[in-house]
Design a protein around this ligand. Sequence first.
Ligand SMILES: NC(=O)c1ccc[n+]([C@@H]2O[C@H](COP(=O)([O-])OP(=O)(O)OC[C@H]3O[C@@H](n4cnc5c(N)ncnc54)[C@H](O)[C@@H]3O)[C@@H](O)[C@H]2O)c1
Length: 315
Amino acid sequence: MVLVTGAAGFIGFHVARALLERGERVVGIDSVNNYYDPALKEARLRILHEHDAFAFERLDICDYDGLARVFGNAAPEKVCHLAAQAGVRYSLTDPFVYQKSNNEGFLNLLECARHARVSNFVFASTSSVYGANTKMPFSEADRTDTPMSLYAATKKANEVTAHAYSRLFGVPCSGLRFFTVYGPWGRPDMALFIFTKAILEGKPVDVFNFGKMKRNFTYVDDIVQGVLLVLDTPRPYEIYNIGNDRTVGLLDFVREIEHCLDARAAMNMLPMQPGDIAATEADIRKIRALGYAPATNVDAGVREFVNWYRQHYHC
Ligand SMILES: NC(=O)c1ccc[n+]([C@@H]2O[C@H](COP(=O)([O-])OP(=O)(O)OC[C@H]3O[C@@H](n4cnc5c(N)ncnc54)[C@H](O)[C@@H]3O)[C@@H](O)[C@H]2O)c1
């Protein structure tokens, strides 16, 4: 039994589905909050519920007693902790939700994992922990003590908290620094979704740093491959980058979307936003050693997203 938090979320849904498809039993936890349209989360859950081996608990991870009950009933051997308040920009608007879900919620999960003596605790960190670092590509061995947003700071706190629990209580912990994940069922607050929606509605879209952003866009199926590899490889304490081979300029990414939609984007060119990082590039040699091999490039991945979007939203 694997406990997946954030199972109604973008990555959690894909991870839970992949685990079910390879024959595992999964208990999902999610508060199904309204940070973005809960209908999208409910639609993902409907797909997971097609599997008899899927059980779901609508629960806030800040509810320690609720979590302890789920651990007691389900007795998971492994935990994949993906629930969090995501998004860099929103952490400037509502810092307290990050403090609660990402710090308090994280500690609740670790405490439950410790008492349940799980064989592996895998959790989501982020490429944002590289913050003000300028040395590229970002390597796990680089220092990460210059976060540029509260979101990044909470994820860095998760990494060091997990280290303490690994040392103190022997909880095997692995943290995953995801690099800009995209694909079908993606998040409405992220660039691919925002651009696709705006182009289809004929509306202009804000482009920050005058488009001079570079991102290591990573297709969600590749992320899932990495997550499953790490879940299958318990270690006392590790941090892994999970990214792609290639970093792509934001405007090239937009061109791919335009190409798939056969339409042009109207762009409002704007300066850099506070909290943002201009470029990310992943050194993925460490996770490659586990067998990770990202297989989807941006043109194929964007097409998969656009096809899903048009079908899901009937447009
Ligand atoms: N998508 C990316 O590009 C990306 C990049 C780096 C890191 N991450 C991290 O990966 C994880 C998954 O991200 P995602 O893109 O799937 O985001 P998401 O917002 O789609 O999924 C997160 C899920 O967690 C749930 N959740 C939030 N707070 C909760 C709480 N207090 N209790 C219970 N459930 C709660 C939400 O309802 C949501 O369904 C997050 O930890 C995120 O920070 C994502």
